[in-house]
Design a protein around this ligand. Structure first.
Ligand code: MG
Ligand code: MG
Length: 645
């Protein structure tokens, strides 16, 4: 295939979103939709009726934002009506067609009839649509027929298509909606036989897999493509195979989104469309697909470093904690107040450059001490930046001093910074070129820690999907199923993403609903989403525990009850559980292997380290131990919720 001009492809990709999908007042919605890069918008009649704008005003507002009105909806209970309802349905249609003229759109969505008085029969419906097509033609508009998953007589796009095919009218086409097809587990490949020019618009939505009433599921739990569990990519591949090249329009009904930020939802939505079309383009190389050209999902080779920002007066405390974990302060930045601590392949950077106008300084003044940045090792850092930018991630750069490399970076979760590093000399050389080695290594340095096992980010629950989509769209990763962690103060939902094929990069996201949870307190005290813990890997947890103890490391004390329960649950030998208890090691086991965890006490606003050993192919994160960890952390809190010093 010829290389595609990115700017032209982006301009040509027609993206749209229904106003009902995002929160806010009507003008705020339009502004957010335009800002996120959409070219079109679906107008829900209720949205402007409740805002008290006329169709002409709506048309002008959309035009002011450069948005096409791709669709007017919904029109319900049209086909198969007995008289006198049938005549009334045509009257209603006539009125809607008049509104469409004022709105400046030529397409209306007619969803399949749910009325108990409606009559079935493909030919009856086709005849109604032929007549409606004639009326539409006189008004210069088109009608699109959508099979609702819970329609009374038509609930399958294959039947809707048969109605449209038999109506055989140029102004009548089909509207496909991924939710209605995929929620009923209808094979999306059945779409391939529909001529692309008879598909008037394609609506996309994903959803988590729930076994519930289809209508309720659809109205409350839809989410952006890539955020749920439905095979929306397969659906879109089949659509692409028809030659359809019209707007891709998001139609998302989600209770949580209604309370979210309009700007963030619009950005997530646009990202989801770019991401899905990038996947379709790669899976269907023989089809001309309009999508931005960008590098494929980025393979990650692990976390190269984590960087804390802190004040000069707090840096010794953090350094002391690292020292008890076996780290050595091994280098200092040539130009800046930045120290490098190392152990095994782990690099931890402490930035106390708080006098300058650096981003680290700004992050410190908002959040206090926090792990505001990390670096991911990739094959090609420039490619990683290109892909992230194409997916709408804000790129990040700071003024450099002479001799400092330009490290490609983006702003990620909680406005933290994600750097991309690779093996090019400029990037792999930064540790030697920009840092001066210092010899503070005591002979007892090292506690057997080898690499970063995972980073754990804490976020508000309603932002979790945003960040999951962010990571999974940029990086070659998979999501683990969501698990609920019970905190005495409320539920914390936890989900991990792991790089594939090798889990070299692991990140857990913990979504807190309530300020009363330990994670929620961290959010409140630290003013937002951030890395709350860093898990460091060892190959021998018991040897590491001994070394940590010798270095004065204070493990998070775990209750005796935990070990009694553990012994019973797994049938552990008493000597083994005694050894775990003596070193405050938590334990988990599944069919694949074993997991050992030691937690540090909390630092600053509730940050902590974890030391882990994985044996065999254990792939989890010890979720069932989390309530015990949280209980132990809570016992160490002062009554005001701050860590006891
Ligand atoms: Mg729909
Ligand atoms: Mg962990």
């Amino acid at each position: 295939m010829a290389p595609v001009d990115t700017a032209r492809a982006r301009a040509a990709m027609k993206t749209s979103i229904a106003t009902v999908s995002i929160s806010g007042e009507f003008p705020e919605k339009l502004a957010a939709i335009a800002k996120a890069g959409f070219t079109g918008v679906e107008i829900f009649e209720n949205d402007f009726l409740t805002y008290d704008a006329s169709p002409r005003e709506v048309s002008r507002m959309a035009a002011d934002h450069g948005l096409d009105i791709t669709l007017f909806q919904p029109f319900r209970d049209f086909e198969g009506m007995p008289e006198p309802h049938r005549a009334r349905a045509f009257d209603r249609a006539q009125r809607k067609f008049d509104i469409m003229g004022e709105l400046g759109t030529d397409l209306i969505l007619i969803c399949s009839n749910v009325s108990p008085i409606s009559l079935g029969g493909i030919d009856r419906a086709a005849a109604d649509f032929y007549e409606l097509g004639e009326l539409a033609a006189r008004h210069g508009v088109r009608v699109g027929y959508e099979a609702l998953a819970w329609g009374r007589h038509v609930s399958d796009h294959r039947d809707a298509w048969e109605v449209v095919r038999r109506a055989d009218h140029a102004n009548v086409g089909i509207i496909l909606d991924s939710f209605h097809t995929l929620s009923r587990k209808i094979d999306p490949n059945s779409i391939r036989s529909i001529p692309g020019d008879k598909i008037f618009i394609v609506q996309l939505a994903d959803a988590p897999l729930f076994d519930m009433d289809l209508l309720y599921w659809s109205r409350h739990f839809r989410n952006m493509p890539g955020e749920g569990d439905l095979p929306v990519v397969d659906f879109m591949r089949a659509v692409a195979a028809t030659g359809y090249n019209g707007p891709l329009s998001l139609e998302i009904f989600n209770d949580q989104f209604r309370g979210g930020s309009a700007r963030a939802l619009a950005e997530d939505g646009h990202r989801s469309l770019v991401y899905i079309m990038d996947q379709v383009r790669r899976l269907e190389p023989d089809i001309a697909i309009t999508a931005p050209d960008m590098p494929d999902r980025i393979h990650t080779q692990g976390v190269e470093f984590v960087e804390f920002t802190t004040a000069a007066e707090d840096k010794d405390d953090l350094g002391a904690l690292l020292s008890t974990l076996g780290f050595s302060r091994s280098a200092r930045h040539r130009n800046r107040d930045v120290d490098l601590y190392t152990q095994g392949d782990i690099r931890i950077v402490i930035n106390t450059d708080t006098q300058s106008d650096s981003f680290a300084s700004a992050s410190y003044s908002v959040h206090g001490t926090n792990a505001y940045a990390f670096g991911i090792k990739v094959e090609n850092a420039a490619d990683a930046l290109k892909r992230a930018a194409a997916l709408g991630a804000p790129t990040f750069a700071e003024p450099r001093q002479p001799g400092e490399a330009a490290v490609p970076a983006i702003q990620g979760v909680g406005n933290g910074v994600v750097y991309f590093l690779d093996d090019t000399p400029a990037l792999s050389g930064i540790w030697d070129n920009e840092f001066v080695a210092i010899d503070e290594k005591s002979e007892a340095a090292g506690a057997g820690l080898t690499r970063i096992d995972h980073l754990a980010q804490t976020t508000r629950y309603d932002e979790m999907l945003t960040w999951l989509l962010f990571y999974t769209s940029i990086f070659s990763t998979r999501r683990t199923p969501m698990v609920d962690v019970v905190d005495p103060g409320g539920l914390v939902r936890s989900q991990a993403i792991e790089s594939v094929p090798e889990p070299a990069f692991r990140l857990t996201m913990n979504g807190a609903d309530s300020r009363k949870t330990f994670a929620g307190k961290f959010l409140a005290e630290g003013f937002g989403t951030s890395i709350q813990h860093i898990a460091l890997a060892t190959d021998d947890i018991f040897a590491t525990a001994k070394q940590l103890e010798a270095r004065g490391f204070q493990a998070l004390p775990i209750s005796r009850n935990y070990y009694d329960d553990l012994e019973a649950r797994f049938g552990l030998e008493p000597e083994f559980s005694d050894a775990l208890r003596a070193a405050s090691i938590l334990y988990d086991r599944d069919d694949n292997g074993e997991y050992f965890q030691i937690y540090s006490r909390t630092f600053g606003e509730g940050f902590f380290f974890e030391v882990v050993e994985r044996r065999g192919a254990y792939a989890g994160y010890g979720a069932m131990n989390a309530p015990f960890r949280i209980a132990a952390q809570r016992r160490l809190l002062r009554p005001d919720g701050m860590p006891k010093s």
